[in-house]
Design a binder for this molecule. Sequence first.
Ligand code: 2BA
Length: 107
Amino acid sequence: MKVIIAILNADDASTVIQNLMKSGYSVTKLSTTGGFLRAGNVTVLIGVDESQVQAVIDIIGNYSKSRKLVIPTTSEAGIYFYPSMPVEVVVGGATIFVLNTDRFEKV
Ligand code: 2BA
């Protein structure tokens, strides 16, 4: 048994979840926030047999797009913050972790 943790862009999340569920996978959705952009994203937990891991990753990959965002930055000098050059970051598709699970039970 494996647990897949996938961090999705909020704009892709419902399509990814719909397609996972259509393929028969159980999904738990968590509302999360990225530490760098401090913007909302969506984390999903999916428990599957080892043989299903790649199929789940393929579905997530097929429906997650990468996006370029331009974000403002500030520089700090003492107690003052000065606006400086905007920077471009590429966000996503999805960030995926696959974890081993010792035990899975529903009681
Ligand atoms: P955020 O932390 O808000 O990061 C959004 C995007 O900003 C990242 O996209 C990356 O392109 C950029 N970024 C993040 N940290 C940076 C840094 N220190 N310097 C420069 N640019 C930086 P993604 O890599 O696609 O990540 C999307 C979201 O996935 C992240 O949102 C975070 O919530 C999560 N994530 C990514 N890698 C992770 C990791 N190793 N562990 C835990 N969560 C992760």
